[in-house]
Design a protein around this ligand. Structure first.
Ligand code: ATP
Length: 313
């Protein structure tokens, strides 16, 4: 018989543990054997192509659909088991397409969701303020812009002070300032111990903001780790932009000729140098040897997008 007893969540134990989880719809393997550990207080990213299985995994973590195989435990309780009901109350969820009622105001919307969740409405005004909708609390949702609707969706996920947040594409429709504000809220929540799992297709946006992430493709997790660990795992080359006067381009070439560097290309006002990570410090030392000839130096690490294509293609 399956073990349904809660596992105590001692320090260091994952707050979300996904073990051998599959979801098959006939011949479609939406999620195909996923193992994941997410720690308390982490801001965890889930990225992947359209149809990679992210939303399906989310729905199983929330207990909205049952897995075809495997098990998910949150805070020690098996999702779908008897003791998950109490844990479910600690979870906030922003679905990919949040359904809002045009005739309700922002505040009425939160009252509605608070009743559904069974949490008090006393702090609804504060929650609206927190997501930057205080000024629109009494306006009907019909009049809200796309970004305002998205903020309201986020506000409903924050009702009841959740300890875990599942946010599916939360920044869709937000302008750059709103995106910055949104992540500031997530950082604040993280400092309060809240665990957040977030999906996004905007890799440049999440690469500096998540603690760790998982790359999904075809229903499977291809890799997990910090952005830097994934970069190192992929062993993608990095680039230097070495700014020198055009008369010194050759001096840069000469300084690097004994090192295992890749392309060395003269551009308008700089030399672009490609090398593997293990040669990075040797390149920096060789360039430092040129003294004042080098006017500026910029290192370009492979982006999360480069890493993503490396793992998912
Ligand atoms: P996106 O980035 O486009 O939101 P995703 O990574 O969230 O994609 P899912 O929505 O989890 O992907 O879908 C994974 C696969 O499972 C897709 O092939 C999808 O067609 C299939 N799928 C999802 N839900 C169902 C369902 N209810 N019935 C049949 N197939 C489904």
């Amino acid at each position: 018989m399956a073990d349904t007893s809660p596992v105590p969540n001692e320090a260091g134990a994952p707050v979300i543990a996904v073990r051998g989880v599959r979801k098959h719809y006939g011949a479609i393997h939406a999620v195909d054997g996923v193992d994941l550990d997410i720690r308390r207080g982490e801001l965890y990213g889930l990225i992947g192509h359209n149809g990679a299985g992210k939303s399906t995994l989310f729905k199983m973590m929330l207990g909205l659909i049952p897995p075809s195989a495997g098990e998910i435990r949150i805070d020690g309780a098996r999702v779908g088991g008897g003791d998950f009901r109490a844990v479910r109350r600690k979870i906030g969820y922003l679905p990919e397409n949040v359904v809002l009622y045009d005739n309700l105001t922002g505040l009425e919307t939160l009252h509605f969701f608070a009743r559904l969740k069974g949490v008090p409405s006393a702090h609804n005004g504060e929650v609206l303020e927190r997501v930057g909708l205080g000024h629109a609390a009494r306006r009907r949702v019909r009049e809200y812009s796309k970004g305002m609707r998205q903020r309201l969706g986020f506000a409903q996920a924050l009702l009841g002070r959740p300890q875990l947040l599942f946010l599916d594409e939360p920044t869709t429709g937000l302008d750059p300032e709103a995106i910055r504000g949104f992540y500031a809220i997530l950082r604040q929540l993280k400092s309060e111990g809240v665990t957040t799992v977030i999906t996004s297709h905007i890799l440049a946006e999440i690469q500096e903001r998540v603690d760790r992430l998982a790359i999904m493709a075809a229903g499977q997790v291809q890799a997990t780790g910090t952005v830097q660990a994934l970069r190192e795992q992929m062993d993608l080359p990095l680039w230097f932009s070495v700014r020198v006067a055009p008369a010194d381009f050759e001096a840069v070439r000469d300084a690097l000729c004994h090192l295992p560097v890749g392309a060395v290309e003269a551009r308008d006002d700089h030399v672009a140098v490609q090398c593997q990570r293990e040669s990075k410090m040797a390149v920096i030392e060789a360039l430092a040897g040129l003294g004042g000839t080098v006017l500026d130096l910029t290192v370009h690490e492979p982006s999360l997008e480069d890493v993503f294509f490396g793992f998912s293609d």
